[in-house]
Design a protein around this ligand. Structure first.
Ligand SMILES: O=C(CO)[C@H](O)[C@H](O)COP(=O)(O)O
Length: 231
């Protein structure tokens, strides 16, 4: 089996072909997006002129270290192309994201992009979303009530499972925006749009990791090579 990190590099390399001189880019978070940043930095060092909005403090740090010029959505509210990884890629290029905890900024940046490409190794391509727990970013205040409301809303859609507060080093994981993350192990999510709408209706839910109708293309790298799927 091809090395997974090498496949991430191949997907990132393919996505780089869509980057043109002068573009304003949304730059994703995670190990696959980091490979994209590394390759992008090489092109920038060779003279490519781009400007990027990072989707996390982690990505911003990597970009600064490698000399990728950055801007913000305040200075540059409209972007040409976003490139980011995903935890799962399902039917119609529906995505599950947020494994790295950056889902809120990732979604804001993706929504600001005219075109959005998701890059991944083939193992992320699934028939139905839900193998991976769904990350739900919530406000700290009232987190117990928010979690209970999520559970009730999910049940109405026939979904159930453990909803667990994400922790790091024994403490609640805090996002770049100062929020918390619940990881909801609902299992298969046959109707992600209905779940997305139900979650958005709950006070205390800041955002969730279902990215629907956002990706225009998926670049998937597997042992047989790299393929691109259009939405
Ligand atoms: O959504 C994300 C971070 O919030 C990542 O894109 C997702 O978790 C995939 O990460 P990786 O490329 O490391 O597998």
């Amino acid at each position: 089996m091809a090395d997974q990190q090498a496949l991430k590099v191949e997907a990132a390399r393919e996505a780089l072909k869509f980057v043109e001189d002068g573009m304003r880019l949304g730059i994703g978070t995670g190990s696959t997006a980091a490979e994209f940043v590394r390759l992008l930095a090489e092109r920038v060092a060779d003279g490519l002129s781009i400007i990027g909005v990072p989707t996390s403090e982690r990505t911003a740090k990597l970009c600064r270290e490698l000399g990728v010029p950055l801007t913000s959505l305040e200075e540059t509210p409209e972007l040409d192309l976003g490139v980011d990884g995903a935890d799962e890629i399902g039917p119609g290029l529906s995505l599950m994201k947020g494994g790295g905890g950056a889902l809120l900024r990732e979604k804001i940046v993706a929504a600001a992009c005219r075109d959005f490409i998701v890059i991944a190794d083939e193992t992320k391509h699934v028939e139905t979303l839900g193998r991976f727990p769904l990350p739900i970013e919530i406000n700290e205040f009232g987190r117990g009530a928010t979690s209970a409301a999520i559970s009730r809303a999910a049940k109405k859609l026939g979904l159930s499972g453990e909803i667990r507060l994400r922790e790091r080093d024994g403490k609640p994981f805090e996002t770049d925006g100062g929020h918390l993350i619940l990881d909801a192990s609902f299992g298969r999510i046959p109707e992600p749009r209905a779940l997305s709408d139900a979650l958005h209706a709950i006070p205390g839910v800041v955002e969730h990791g279902l990215f629907l109708d956002m990706a225009g293309r998926a670049v998937l790298a597997g042992a047989q090579g790299v393929r691109t799927i259009q939405a």
